[in-house]
Design a protein around this ligand. Structure first.
Ligand code: ATP
Length: 355
């Protein structure tokens, strides 16, 4: 069942929680609502779930308008941040809850619970109370409880935020596998960009109730629509400069750090004299010998090792900070205080004009 959100808006008095959100989630795909605290993610999800009535706009599921349909009539399974398990019920009883409410007969109930326990690797834990389960196990019970009623749509609100980093990753991947296996159309809320990028088909980046960009992980990372998205998704260096010259195919940008770079003209709005910043991802920088083209001079301030990569924190001649993520064996023995030559990949840069 596909979901279509059209010009969705929610205001509380003069406060705008969600300004004007439109997005489509094709059948079987996952949309992540991503953004900092207060950007309107939860409000959006709750409007799709039917817990909050939109001020205007519409929501369609499988072609039908569900904007004003009561929550319990929607074909949705829900998983919340705190799992909201019933503390006095065992894992199996928690999973059974929705089936009982729907009057599913005992034999079928037990069969369906068994399937869920198996699919979510909970066999052997059926009789435990939530407090006797780990955070990851509780989370899987909550997912099983949502899936057992065979919903067409799955809505998840920060479902992994109580888990530690490693478990988050494996549970997230497991979730996306289940979502595909069940053919569920899902929307999930997160403020964690890595999580959104690793499991969602499409990401809606939001800020202050406004949709900033809708795209897949590589689009929003490589072609961020604006400076906010560039900064929120992954790590970013922003180097100040101005447009010096504009030709058919290329635009020359003079960086205040002391380098002129040529960017493809179609990705750069603005005219000569305009000031702005160039986005440069840390991994688009390498340490090199002096004398190569596209090289910035930096003074090394700190080097932090992270296993397969090292982050070189440096200072450019104009005082800007810069971070380069490089394989540790390419550091050439650099240490704080040393002068480093950093070669940058111009085709990985993007220009954001100052408004
Ligand atoms: P978080 O990550 O912190 O949960 P969020 O992106 O989910 O944030 P929402 O909970 O959707 O954000 O809230 C969006 C905005 O709407 C916030 O500024 C919030 O204060 C406001 N808001 C939410 N609910 C209400 C309400 N019932 N009355 C007034 N303002 C509200």
């Amino acid at each position: 069942m596909d979901i279509e959100i059209n010009h969705l808006r929610k205001t509380y008095g003069s406060a705008v929680a969600v300004a004007d959100l439109s997005a489509k989630v094709p059948q079987g795909q996952m949309l992540a609502l991503l953004g900092p605290s207060g950007c309107g993610k939860t409000t959006t999800l709750r409007m799709v779930a039917g817990f909050i009535e939109p001020t205007s706009g519409s929501i369609r599921a499988g072609g039908s308008d569900i904007t004003r349909m009561p929550a319990h009539k929607r074909d949705t399974g829900l998983v919340f941040q705190n799992y909201a398990l019933f503390p006095h019920m065992s894992a199996a009883e928690n999973i059974a809850f929705g089936l009982r409410r729907r009057g599913v007969a005992r034999a079928e109930r037990e069969q369906r619970i068994g399937v869920m326990l198996d699919k979510l690797k909970l066999s052997g834990l059926a009789d435990r109370l939530p407090r006797q389960l780990s955070g990851g196990q509780q989370q899987r019970v909550a997912v099983a409880r949502a899936l057992v009623i065979n919903p067409s749509i799955l809505l998840l609100d920060e479902p992994f935020s109580n888990l530690d980093a490693k478990l988050r990753e494996s549970t997230g991947l497991e979730m996306s596998r289940l979502q595909r296996e069940f053919g569920l159309t899902s929307i999930f809320v997160t403020h964690d960009q890595t999580e959104a990028m690793s499991i969602a088909d499409t990401i809606a980046v939001m800020k202050d109730g406004e949709l900033q960009q809708l795209g897949n992980a590589s689009e929003i990372y490589q072609k961020p629509a604006n400076r906010f998205v560039a900064d929120f998704i992954g790590r970013a260096n922003f180097l100040p400069g101005h447009i010096a010259d504009r030709k058919e195919a290329h635009v020359s940008i003079v960086l205040t750090a002391g380098l002129t770079v040529e960017l493809q003209a179609d990705g750069v709005g603005g005219s000569p004299g305009d000031e702005g910043e160039v986005l440069l991802r840390p991994e688009a920088i390498s340490v090199t010998d002096a004398g190569q083209a596209n090289t910035l001079k930096a003074t090394v301030e700190q080097i932090s090792y992270q296993g397969s990569i090292a982050n070189l924190h440096g200072r450019l001649p104009d005082g800007s900070a810069i971070v380069a993520s490089v394989p540790p064996d390419t550091l050439r023995g650099l240490a704080p205080g040393d002068a480093a030559s950093l070669v940058i990949r111009a085709n990985a840069m993007r220009w954001f004009g100052r408004r």
